[in-house]
Design a protein around this ligand. Sequence first.
Ligand code: GLN
Length: 488
Amino acid sequence: MINLQYTNHKQVSNALKKGLTTCQQLVEYYLTQIENTQELNIYIEVFGEEALAQAQALDLKYKEAPESVGKLFGMVISIKDVLCYKDHKLTAGSKILEGFESLFTATAIQRLLDEDAIIIGRVNCDEFAMGSGNENSTYGPTRNGLDKSKVPGGSSGGSAVAVQMDTCLVSIGSDTGGSVRQPAAFCGIVGAKPTYGRISRYGLIAYASSFDQIGTLSHSVADAALVLELMAGADEWDSTVSSKAVPSYSTQLNSTQNVKIAYFEDCLNHASIDSEIKTATQELIQKLKEDGHQVEAVPFDLLEYMIPTYYVLTMAEASSNLSRYDGVHYGQRSANIDPKASLSALEQVYRKTRTESFGTEVKRRILAGTFVLSAGYYDAYYTKAQQVRKLIFDNFKKIFESYDFILIPTTPNTAFKIGANTSDPTQTYLADIFTVSANLAGIPAISIPLATHTNRLPFGVQLMTNSFEEVKLLSFAQQLMLEYLAKT
Ligand code: GLN
């Protein structure tokens, strides 16, 4: 594993208070880490000078009035390239947004800035957050710091490696079908996705709007709790965000007494699961039972419908969301418009811009999404998938009437080789089997590192709970990490 300077914000705060470090020194340290890990292709853009200036201003603020600094004083973060940061470039890993600059800051990011977080840069991701290996970025793949021939996971792959390699303390990602949890599992860190609608999506580039949720990648559950709680809550700019009060997650991470946990045999016996991941999960279940927790296998016969339902619906939503990239409103416009061509100039702008500037995976999803929404097939695919989504939702609700948590592996396998699945995208889709259910049901979920495989790559275990039960989820995840799993 990588030698970390600090594993959580509390340690940073203590060091700052004792005068052992300054914000400036922290930023300098992280910038050196970024410099030393360039071959991994983590950052699309480093905000070096700006972060240093921000750090110096914060050091001064602290010197003058220590009580005036925000809750994230000393926290250096990176942001996935799908989050708006005013006057900074934003591409969603796509050529089509080359040159685009944000006109405003995402609500979630603004809330972190307001608490004195320092943003050190914008990190690589799959184009429009579509992918599971960070291989679909126009900026090239990000590599896993533990094995450069392997993917870091996706789509928040840059975020995961940024944290893994200690180039920042926390990274802000997005999770539509696992994009925070799966890369966290592949990189040996913590990935948390709250309830759908818990955090405003204002300023998050849309992939599939009824699934998208901002999440965190960190070394500790404590940092996930702190950052999530600060980003969460009502926002007049997002009509789907919940106005429920946000409890203080970070101060309620008390260990929970005997909980009731459901797990799915179908997941552990799935044909695609790696035997070591299966065994490690079974061993964890056994230990939890021995400690007095009620852990039971619960029948779940919808597993095989997860991937088709998720991909039909997200592709449909993506095809609609991405229609805004037309060469007129945003970013790139094709330069190859022929005034003498039979197509009108406007039609050529649409067609050529989108043909030249979207990547293969994004095009594939726009085409498939348009197909499932087309008049003749709408009911057979889109309506059917919506019906299955409702069944999945109801099934989960039912389980949570009797259980606090569902526990399953985060992924069936460890990180795969870069390029291994490019000729068969279906293989990549199928590996999302354990993560998409939380997004289909809109419930919160977290991945924490479970163990290291004999191939030396880490893998994770995933906990899910009922909507808006983040305190419960984070508390138990913290307890699991501290009491059961080797590393913190
Ligand atoms: N791998 C999934 C997909 O490609 C999830 C992506 C995400 O959560 N953004 O759709």
